[in-house]
Design a protein around this ligand. Sequence first.
Ligand code: DAT
Ligand code: MG
Length: 148
Amino acid sequence: MEKTFLMVKPDGVQRNLVGDIVSRFEKKGFKLAGAKLMYISDELAKTHYGEHKERPFFGELVDFITSGPVFAMVWEGEEVIKTARDMMGATNPQEAATGTIRGDFGVTVGKNIIHGSDSLESAEREINLFFNSDDVLSYDKQDSSWIY
Ligand code: DAT
Ligand code: MG
């Protein structure tokens, strides 16, 4: 089954949005496979956001993502990568639809609450960057026959 990497950023943790965000993915019907509250090191931040290293906001982005604990998660389900991105909303919360996480909670692009992998390759890369394989669990859930 497809997996994605999602992370509540430091602004979302400080603003008490972890519960709401976890709840949205649970209610949708996705399965939580791993989760931890953690600090991101400068090195991990630069690797994770490596594709943006030439962008003018890179320094700000690294400072922000390392500024406080994040809540890192692995979620599993059919089409979870794309569906989670849709549930997050556009990168800029001012362009994100109401009903999406960024549309409901964010105001500026620099503090947009949540990260989510944007492809199968980035999901695999990011899950491996943030989680040991032992900490991504495979288990049966009672509700799966009511979802699939
Ligand atoms: P996304 O997080 O939707 O995948 P992205 O990969 O293009 O967006 O950018 C990564 C993060 O960088 C984004 O969540 C917030 C920040 N960012 C993007 N564009 C920005 C900009 N123009 N100014 C400041 N921060 C920006
Ligand atoms: Mg991205």
